[in-house]
Write a protein that binds this ligand. Structure first.
Ligand code: 6PG
Length: 228
């Protein structure tokens, strides 16, 4: 089930996302003492991360994972984990051991293996944040590539020849990203219109492969809507 939530502009999407993240964290920490969140790369998520620096929360209860990572050297500014650190994570007191970066500096296969082992001990995520690419991709699940759907799909996939640079990436599979109490897509800007229209028509784009038991929330701004 998809819940399309339209907002006037990107700032309103950011505010709504911040509120959803805050509510999910409060509930998870109250009920289970831990909040397991999966982060996305991309410009829209980055703008949301900035707003989280001042969140009143128990940061020591957060466990942070990544939905995908680009195969680049440690510290490379194009890595999703470096973006998230600069925008948000290095400004809040989450214990470093609770920020689980996909170690792509070790190479594609080694990084995927390490993250597969790590996730084997992690249950259902509390919240998965995702972006939407102009071609309908999400995380690093691209059209024409393996998405890891179906109950026996591996948790983590290696990606080569990605159409968006860099070509090598590690991605959680659609199956693993769907194992969450809550999934929220952050989608803003006119460049996303076509992908959104295809998704709404029911076309088989990668984003449509994420299917959470509790439904999927898609937060969008007006610019991303071809019909308005
Ligand atoms: C990546 C991201 C990717 C991203 C979307 C949306 O590594 O590039 O994980 O899936 O979330 O492409 O990005 P924008 O918000 O920048 O359009």
């Amino acid at each position: 089930m998809l819940r399309w939530q339209w907002f006037d502009n990107e700032a309103d999407v950011r505010d709504a996302a911040r509120s959803m993240i805050a509510a999910a964290a409060t509930e998870a920490i109250r009920d289970r003492g831990v909040f397991q969140i999966v982060l996305a790369g991309g410009a829209t998520p980055r703008a949301v991360y900035h707003t989280l620096r001042e969140l009143p929360t128990r940061w020591d209860a957060w466990q942070v994972y990544f939905g995908d990572e680009r195969v680049l050297p440690a510290g490379d500014p194009d890595r999703n984990s470096v973006m998230a650190a600069q925008a948000w994570l290095e400004h809040v007191p989450i214990p470093p051991a609770q920020i689980h970066v996909i170690p792509t500096e070790r190479g594609l296969e080694a990084a995927a293996d390490a993250y597969r082992r790590l996730l084997a001990d992690v249950g259902t995520f509390d919240l998965v944040l995702l972006g939407l690419g102009e071609d309908g991709h999400t995380a690093s699940l691209f059209p024409g590539h393996e998405w890891g759907t179906g109950p026996h799909a591996p948790d983590v996939l290696t990606v080569e020849d990605a159409p968006k640079p860099p070509p090598q990436r590690v991605s959680l599979s659609a199956q693993r990203l769907s194992r969450a109490r809550r999934v929220v897509f952050l989608v803003t800007g006119a460049a996303k219109r076509e992908a959104v229209a295809r998704w709404r028509r029911g076309e088989r784009i990668p984003a449509a492969a994420i299917q959470c038991e509790n439904g999927v929330d898609v937060l969008l701004d007006r610019a991303a809507n071809a019909d308005r």
